[in-house]
Design a protein around this ligand. Sequence first.
Ligand code: C2E
Ligand code: CA
Ligand code: CA
Ligand code: CA
Length: 279
Amino acid sequence: AKSAGGNRYQFYSESLNRNAIRRLEVETLIREGLRNDLFEVYYQPKIKLSTGKIIGMEALVRLNHPEHGVIPPNDFIPLAEENGLIIDIGELVLKKACFATQQWRIQGLFNGRVAVNLSSKQFALPDLQQRIASILHLTQLPAINLELEITEGTVIHDPETAINVMQQLNKMGINLALDDFGTGYSSLSYLKRFPIHSLKIDKAFIDDIDKSDKDLKMVDSIITMAHNMELTVVAEGVEHSSQLNILKALKCEYIQGYIYDKPMPMKQYTQRLKEESPH
Ligand code: C2E
Ligand code: CA
Ligand code: CA
Ligand code: CA
């Protein structure tokens, strides 16, 4: 007869199995995606609050599978970060984003910065600068049109080395943004030493900014602190006008959120840029 413990074990081992199978499936999908060029980069505008105009955009990857449809990054990025495939994916995204942005520059549609997410695995590559330089060379995009988004987790483990890498990237002309601010380690003492240009406040802090006085005060102090350090602030995940109005009052410069646009494929983004330009 099975004991309760046995049952539990069986259940546990089945779910472990399912998990392992799921991981294998996802890894297979990623490899297939890399082989067959199924990764597609979407673009989401960063909007200047005072004008409502596009000042930049973030490149966000999707796996566009012929059978499974559009697979969101949260379904494959975490695994790709574990097994290292994020390096190939990230390089691909960088290439596509730089290529697209150079097209928009040539067409006179956009001359700001495209922001690309850089995973900690990429950040740790000894030849990171050369890799980026060669992509910029290949696509002809000037370095000043590129921004890299890194998270606190990427820079906190070895701040000295991280600061070095960041300074090298700065020297190339690349801007750096600290992503998901507030969700990680938030080491304020290090923050002032990191050569970054902007700070992105995570959506989790923005969600209830119009309902919770605590959240409002938190975001208020993050913005004030960022401004004291001469960093610009981007609020992520803004969906409602009530949030927008508060962020305006708090002197937040930029927002990214569904209230203006969802991330969209290159073609649609080109259209979006055309509609915004005066001619
Ligand atoms: P992230 O870097 O924090 O990107 C912002 C996420 O918030 C995006 O999700 C974006 O679509 C979503 N978002 C923006 N505005 C709103 C809003 O108003 N409401 C809601 N509900 N969501 C909003 P997405 O595209 O699904 O990407 C999820 C995460 O996957 C990213 O979070 C990033 O961590 C990772 N990721 C995406 N592309 C790449 C990439 O090329 N490389 C790496 N390393 N990570 C990536
Ligand atoms: Ca990001
Ligand atoms: Ca973010
Ligand atoms: Ca995030």
